[in-house]
Design a protein around this ligand. Structure first.
Ligand code: PML
Ligand code: MG
Length: 260
């Protein structure tokens, strides 16, 4: 892709009203696109919004904006898939992995107790020392933006790993790679708000992207996305990294790392 002039293309869709007016979140999407591919990119996100398991949107917005900052390239996190047979088993594993990344046990416990209170479409930030929510975006959480993984390079990666070209994996791995490449991110915990998708993950720079095949029951439309962070002395810089720093995932085999 010609990186000289890239556009950030963002979609959001909701039911009843727009998100800011209390509407129920249906779908969101992020792309980086060249000018020539803008039509295609807008269409890709339009299709995503119009055919979603959370329902039909009443409000739909697609925004294109030129990106002026230099783009960072990241190798994707290493992926491991952990097969579990029940949600309980999956959640025990998720907590174990979070602890392994360095999030203290009592903070994990506190975060899990508060998950039902976070019905937001974006991510929430939790300080690993206090367990307090620190993003300040009470109603919507933080939306990680300006990121993409070009299809050709993603397909090459998927072929080499004998993995599926699941677009959800592509989107989630792109996001997790961006988030965990910031040194103040200790870990991410995520499962989808889509009722037909139950695989989630724990990710960190050290552990890579640890998929867990069941983190909720089918039919459940409650999702979770938490970034555990280490004492953000400058929250604005961290937020602007998540929301504004453009990144592309660019897989190169020689940069693959092993996960123990
Ligand atoms: C989402 O759909 O919003 C998140 C999906 C997380 C898991 C993706 C995967 O690894 O299959
Ligand atoms: Mg969703």
């Amino acid at each position: 892709m010609n990186q000289s002039r890239l556009y950030s293309v963002r979609m959001r869709a909701s039911e009843n009203e727009s998100h800011e007016n209390g509407g129920r979140h249906i779908s969101g999407g992020e792309l980086l696109s060249s000018y020539n591919e803008l039509g295609l990119s807008v269409n890709t996100l339009l299709e995503k919004a119009l055919n979603h398991s959370r329902g039909q949107p009443d409000f739909l917005q697609i925004q294109c904006e030129v990106v002026n900052q230099p783009i960072k390239l990241f190798n994707p996190l290493t992926v491991q898939t952990n097969e579990v047979t029940t949600v309980e088993e999956g959640q025990v594993l998720a907590k174990f992995l979070l602890e392994k990344t360095g999030v203290p046990k009592d903070i994990i416990k506190k975060a899990y107790k508060e998950i039902p209170e976070y019905p937001v479409s974006g991510a929430i930030l939790i300080d690993i020392h206090t367990g307090e929510r620190v993003d300040g975006r009470i109603d919507k959480g933080v939306r990680v933006s300006r990121m993409d993984w070009q299809t050709g390079n993603f397909n090459k990666w998927a072929r080499s790993k004998a993995d599926s070209t699941n677009p959800r994996l592509k989107e989630a791995l792109t996001l997790a790679t961006k988030v965990t490449n910031h040194k103040l991110t200790i870990a991410e915990l995520c499962w989808s708000d889509d009722p037909d998708y139950i695989t989630g993950y724990v990710a960190s720079k050290k552990l890579g992207y640890q998929r867990i095949t069941q983190l909720k029951q089918y039919g459940d439309d409650r999702g979770c996305r938490i970034f555990f962070v280490d004492k953000l002395s400058d929250i604005n810089t961290y937020m602007s990294y998540l929301e504004e720093q453009p990144i592309l995932i660019q897989w190169e085999e020689k940069h693959d790392t092993r996960v123990d």
